[in-house]
Write a protein that binds this ligand. Structure first.
Ligand code: HEM
Length: 393
C-alpha cells in the first residue's frame, strides 16, 4: 500500500484539489504509505470509513503531535501541542473547548446571523455596483473576519493586518506559516496586557474567565487558543464560499434550480461544504501499534485524513463527482468528526447561508469573467481569485 504519488507536491494542487489522483488511490485502497520529496513520512488515509475511524478514535490517534503535516519531519515537537483545543486530548481538550464554546452557543450564532446578512448584503452590493470584481478578494476573504471581528476582539482598523497574518499562517512554507502564527499570537499577547481588569464578552474575555482544573488558563494557553480560533475562523469559510460559487457558476442548470427554489438552501450548503473541503488534510499520530484497513500502523506513525477524498468515496456517496444540491444524507468530513468536530460549524453554515440567500434573491446574477486562480498548496483547498461579472438574472 505504498504509492508513487507525492501528495505534498504543491504542483498537484495548481488546478484545484487533485481529485483524479485521489480517486486512483482510493481504487487501490483506503490507506497509503507516503514519503514526500521533503522527507515527510505518513499514512495517507483516503477512504471514508478509515478516515472516520482516525478522527473519532482519539485514544489511538492523538492530535497532540500536530494536525497539519510538515514538509520534512512529522515526529518533531509541534509548537502549541497540548495548549490549544485542536492540539489537546481529553481531559484538557474538554476544558479548553468548553472555555470557547460559550462564544458559539446557538443564541450567539443566531445573533451573528443578523450581522452575517448585513455584511453579505453590503459586500455583494458593492461588487454589483462596480459591475463585478474578484469574488475572492472583494467578498470571500473579507466576509468571515468582518462577521466575527467583534467576537474575536478585533477592531475594524486591525482587520487587514489580521487577515494578512492568518493568510500567512496557512502557507505551506513553514517559515511563512510560523511568522503568521507569531503575529496573531503577539497581537493577543499585547491585548492580554491591557485586558486583565476588564474581561469583556469576546474571545479574550471568555478565556480570561475560564477555569480548567479549577485554575485560570496560562497566558500561553490563552494566546495559543486565540491563534487556533482566529486562524480557523478567518481562513476556511472563505474557501467554501468562493469554491462553492465557482461550482455553481460552472453548472448553470444546478444554479438555476437553486435560484428557482427547487432545492433547499440547507442541503445545498452541506453539498457545497462536501464539494469544497477547504482543509485538505487532518493529521493524527498513532499512540499504539494498530491496524487500519489492512495497513499495519506503528506507534509514532503520522496519519493524514484527506477530507476531499473521503468526501468522494463512492462506497458512501452516490455519484460523488456530481454536485447534487439535495444530496441526503451527506456525511462529509469537511468539518472533521469526533470530539474535535469544528467548533465553528453552526457559524459556518450561517455565514454561507447569508451569502447564498443574497445571491439567490438578487435581481442580477454573476458569471465567470475569466478563469479562476487556485492557491497551489497542499494545506488548504482554495481559490486566490475568482473574477466575476454581473449579468441579468
Ligand atoms: C468552511 C469553514 C470551516 C472548515 C472547513 C473547518 C474545518 C475544521 C476541521 C476539519 C476541524 C477538525 C480539526 C481536527 O480534527 O484536527 C475544525 C476544528 C475547529 N474549527 Fe473549524 N472549520 C471551518 C470554520 C471554522 C470557523 C468559522 C471557526 C470559528 C470559530 C472554526 C473553529 C474551529 C475550532 C476552534 C476547531 C478546533 C475544535 C477542537 O479541537 O475541539 N472553524 N474545523
Amino acid at each position: 500500500m505504498s504509492s508513487m504519488v507525492d501528495l505534498l507536491d504543491s504542483a498537484l494542487y495548481a488546478d484545484g484539489p487533485p481529485h483524479e489522483t485521489l480517486r486512483a488511490l482510493r481504487e487501490i485502497g483506503p490507506v497509503h504509505r507516503q514519503v514526500s520529496a521533503g522527507g515527510s513520512e505518513f499514512w495517507a488515509v483516503v477512504g471514508h470509513e478509515a478516515s472516520s475511524r482516525v478522527l473519532t478514535e482519539w485514544r489511538t490517534f492523538t492530535s497532540t503531535r500536530g494536525t497539519t503535516l510538515r514538509e520534512d519531519d512529522n515526529s518533531a515537537p509541534y509548537p502549541g501541542a497540548g495548549k490549544m483545543p485542536v492540539l489537546t486530548d481529553p481531559p484538557r481538550h474538554t476544558e479548553l473547548r468548553r472555555a470557547v464554546a460559550r462564544l458559539f452557543t446557538p443564541k450567539a450564532v443566531k445573533q451573528l446571523s443578523v450581522l452575517a446578512r448585513q455584511v453579505a448584503g453590503s459586500l455583494l452590493s458593492d461588487l454589483r455596483r462596480r459591475g463585478g470584481g474578484d469574488f475572492v478578494t472583494d467578498v470571500a476573504e473579507r466576509f468571515p473576519l468582518a462577521v466575527q471581528a467583534e467576537i474575536l476582539g478585533i477592531p475594524p482598523e486591525d482587520i487587514p493586518m489580521m487577515s494578512d497574518a492568518t493568510n500567512r499562517a496557512l502557507d505551506s512554507a513553514e517559515d511563512e506559516a510560523a511568522s503568521g502564527h507569531h503575529d496573531v499570537m503577539m497581537y493577543y499577547l499585547n491585548a492580554l496586557g491591557t485586558r486583565r481588569d476588564g474581561p469583556g464578552k469576546d474571545l479574550l474575555g471568555a478565556l480570561l474567565d475560564a477555569r480548567a482544573g479549577g485554575l485560570p488558563l496560562s497566558d500561553e494557553e490563552i494566546v495559543l487558543t486565540c491563534d487556533n480560533i482566529v486562524v480557523a475562523a478567518s481562513q476556511t469559510a472563505r474557501h467554501s464560499a468562493s469554491g462553492g460559487l465557482l461550482a455553481l457558476l460552472e453548472r448553470p442548470a444546478v444554479w438555476a434550480a437553486l435560484r428557482d427554489g427547487q432545492v433547499g438552501v440547507d442541503s445545498a450548503i452541506e453539498e457545497l461544504l462536501r464539494w469544497t473541503a477547504p482543509v485538505t488534510h487532518v493529521m493524527r499520530t498513532a499512540v499504539t501499534d494498530t491496524e487500519l484497513a489492512g495497513a499495519r500502523i506503528r506507534a509514532g506513525d503520522a496519519l493524514a485524513v484527506w477530507t476531499s477524498s473521503a468526501n468522494r468515496d463512492r462506497t458512501v456517496f452516490t455519484n460523488p463527482d456530481d454536485l447534487v444540491l439535495d444530496r441526503h444524507p451527506n456525511p462529509h468530513l469537511t468539518l472533521g468528526a469526533g470530539m474535535h468536530f469544528c467548533l465553528g460549524a453552526a457559524l459556518v453554515r450561517v455565514m454561507l447561508r447569508a451569502l447564498l440567500e443574497d445571491l439567490i434573491t438578487a435581481d442580477t446574477s454573476l458569471a465567470l469573467a475569466s478563469p479562476p486562480g487556485w492557491s497551489s498548496t497542499w494545506v488548504v483547498n482554495g481559490l486566490h481569485s475568482l473574477p466575476v461579472t454581473v449579468v441579468p438574472a
